[in-house]
Design a protein around this ligand. Structure first.
Ligand code: EPZ
Length: 449
């Protein structure tokens, strides 16, 4: 076992920019890291273990993981990292608080996934309400509806959600989700795992991250079935124990590097990518002119000989096309030989990044949930701003193909979801570096793995 390091408070990195000189064909191999969204949910799930030390491996080396471990520490979880931050060791035997303050939750919506586990373990919870962000209002009504169905008393006010379980504990129930919400499915599944009796969640989210959380909870002694399908059943148990678990690979990171290969006419092997998880995206890649080779140990993505073929994309809950990939895919389609249509049925306003792409020559028209993209033969580099993680990814994809230099500010958004981004890009031939706000080039801290 490598040396272990106690979690240190996540300090916000100094503002920096990503600089890309476009036009290089990307070739070689990228090692895909662990799934951010599965890992964040599984870290919350570790709160449910009342005995033993959980060891999680294949964690992505990104800021959000450190933030979530900091949140767990706040509840009294003894936590430490090892194996170069790709493993975490968590002992939740003694919880010392059932409250998560606003400043922590405001930093990362996934902190709200602690509500279900803390309520189930402590009988009460006081968690700050997550804010909306620039991709939509992102309400939490379905989370609360599910916990109320399990018998919790919920009150909101002053920016907090307060939840109390009946003195006899939570009780299994049938829950129908108006929308197949990932977070609501996760919160309810975790709370139900310690409820008395059986819970059935209908119209449950089917994302691989949800399935991975269910597998982790079962390794802890939970009795969950149907996770990864639309009907998820939980037989409550009295207690859960720690478990050792390896998180699945990140399909969004894999898809993003696949599209980077596509838009540069390159050829990249995504080592560790899960072909089944990414199929809603790879089938669209093939439709749009790319070649995709599925292998046991990963996926090879090869760009089209000519320009991408225009296509239609509709982002839906899994197994539909994932909303977290529509941004990077739209950037790929921006150089297509014709007009594409992208619709996002998951979020009401997730096309703001097209304003920034417009500075690079991307021609688009947005009407609420639908964007019409008129392909351009050439994109040009520009100074652009990453408003969030996936918008930033779209700017990187476009910058890799654009003529000249693209400088992307607020790269800290990208660092929340793409581990060792500069190093991994440099390894496959991209001309990219980080610079500080004064334009001074920064040396790489991390290895590409
Ligand atoms: C998870 O967010 C992911 N985040 C998101 O990834 C992802 O975009 C989203 O699922 C959809 O796949 C994490 O896992 C940490 P939702 P979540 O609940 O759970 C509405 C990224 O970039 N809704 O499935 O918050 C909501 O308004 C992030 O990695 C309600 O109406 O997403 C939205 O329109 C961004 N009421 C839709 O559902 C609720 O109570 C999708 O939300 C909850 C959600």
């Amino acid at each position: 076992m490598g040396s272990s390091t106690p979690p240190v408070p996540v300090l916000s990195p100094p503002p920096s920019r990503l600089v890309i000189v476009g036009g290089q064909r990307l070739e070689g191999e990228v090692v895909i890291g662990g799934s951010k969204n599965a890992a964040l949910a599984i870290l919350a799930g570790a709160l449910l273990a009342s005995e033993g030390e959980t060891t999680l491996t294949n964690l992505p080396r990104i800021g959000d993981i450190r933030t979530m471990v900091e949140v767990l520490g706040h509840f009294g979880v003894a936590a430490r990292f090892s194996q170069g931050d790709t493993a975490a060791h968590l002992d939740a035997t003694r919880l010392t608080s059932s409250e998560a303050p606003a400043d922590l939750v405001a930093r990362m919506r996934a902190s709200f996934w602690a509500l279900g586990p803390i309520l189930a373990r402590c009988g009460e919870a006081k968690i700050a309400q997550p804010g909306g962000c620039n991709i939509g209002a992102r309400p939490i009504d379905l989370h609360l509806k599910g916990l109320q169905a399990l018998g919790a008393e919920i009150e909101t006010g002053f920016g907090y959600v307060r939840a109390h379980a009946p003195k006899e504990g939570l009780k299994g129930a049938s829950v129908y989700l108006d929308f197949a919400s990932v977070g609501a499915t996760m919160n309810i599944m975790m709370a139900a795992s310690l409820a008395h009796g059986t819970t059935v969640i209908e119209n449950a989210a089917q994302e691989p991250d949800v399935e991975d959380l269910g597998n982790f909870l079962n390794a802890m002694g939970a009795r969950i079935s149907g996770h990864g399908t639309g009907v998820l059943t939980v037989q409550g148990v009295d207690s859960l124990h720690a478990a050792d678990y390896a998180v699945i690979s990140d399909r969004m990171e894999a898809g993003t590097y696949g599209l980077m290969a596509g838009i540069t006419g390159g050829n990249v092997f995504l080592k560790g990518a899960n072909a089944a998880h990414l199929r809603p995206v790879t089938l669209k890649m093939i439709e749009a002119g790319m070649q995709v080779e599925e292998r046991e140990d990963g996926i090879r993505c090869t760009g089209p000989d000519g320009r991408p073929i225009p296509t239609r994309i509709t982002a839906l809950p899994h197994p539909g096309f994932p909303t977290d990939m529509q941004q990077a895919f739209t950037a790929y389609l921006a150089t297509a030989d014709g007009t594409s249509v992208v619709t996002d049925q998951v979020y009401e306003s997730r096309f703001r990044y097209l304003t920034e792409l417009g500075k690079m020559g991307v021609v688009s028209q947005v009407d609420s949930r639908t964007a019409v993209i008129t392909g351009a033969a050439r994109l040009t580099g520009a100074d652009v701003d990453a408003s969030d993680l996936r918008a930033g990814a779209a700017l990187v994809v476009a910058g890799l193909a654009a003529q000249g230099q693209t400088r992307i500010s607020h790269v800290e958004h990208l660092d929340r979801g793409y581990e060792a981004l500069v190093e991994k890009l440099q390894k496959i031939g991209a001309q990219v570096w980080r610079e500080d706000e004064h334009g001074r080039r920064q040396t790489s801290q991390r290895k590409a793995a």
